[in-house]
Design a protein around this ligand. Structure first.
Ligand SMILES: C[S@@+](CC[C@H](N)C(=O)[O-])C[C@H]1O[C@@H](n2cnc3c(N)ncnc32)[C@H](O)[C@@H]1O
Length: 184
């Protein structure tokens, strides 16, 4: 993964279609506001905003934030930006509950239990990312990649609706969907 995201975003616009888990599950998120964690250039957020959700993006890169802000102005879609460093242990998360929380291709283990508490009853948490098998294939450090079975173990308090780890389009990925059940 690039370490300097600002430089990366100055040179590369990235994929525009949302992550696969968002394409598969986005329409099943209940109505209401959403949180996109480390949302990058907003490929998930703009797709979900077009489905009618106000989406708040948490993101550190000023370059990404500026590009997303310009696109939100241009399209008039309800995408709200919060600049923050999600690796800070006590990083403030937006107040309130969300019908969905999305975290794709960003790994923040300590944040996951906090994010789960921001779900409304029935709300969905969508996660997708590369696994350590992909890191080994690329010769990358495994630090930012998911270990086998790591995600389900971290989210045992939620109801798992789908979980998978597989080679998809030539890269090894893990993904999952969890629900805050009303009775939890
Ligand atoms: C691989 S990109 C994924 C972007 C988006 N989630 C997607 O799937 O298109 C990782 C994103 O995490 C952001 N990021 C990295 N470290 C961060 C941090 N400490 N706090 C907030 N955002 C961070 C980067 O700026 C980048 O936009």
């Amino acid at each position: 993964m690039p370490r300097d995201w600002d430089r990366h975003y100055q040179e590369y616009t990235g994929p525009t279609q949302p992550a696969r888990v968002v394409r598969r599950w986005g329409r099943r998120i209940p109505a209401g506001p959403l949180l996109d964690v480390a949302g990058g250039l907003g490929r998930n957020a703009f797709y979900l905003a077009r489905l009618g959700h106000p989406v708040t993006i948490l993101e550190r890169s000023p370059v990404a934030l500026a590009q997303v802000a310009a696109k939100a102005r241009r399209t008039g879609l309800p995408v709200i930006l919060v600049a923050c460093d999600l690796e800070q242990p006590e990083v403030a998360l937006p107040v309130g509950l969300f019908a969905g929380v999305i975290m794709t291709y960003f790994k923040a283990v300590p944040l996951l239990p906090r994010l789960a508490k921001h779900l409304t009853p029935g709300g969905l948490l969508l996660v997708e990312g590369f696994t350590v098998i992909e890191a080994a294939r690329k010769g990358s450090s495994p630090e930012h990649y998911w270990h086998e079975g790591e995600l389900p173990a971290l989210l045992s308090g939620l109801t798992c609706l789908e979980y998978g780890e597989a080679w998809l389009r030539g890269r090894h990925r893990g993904w999952g969907v969890w629900q805050h059940s009303a009775s939890r």
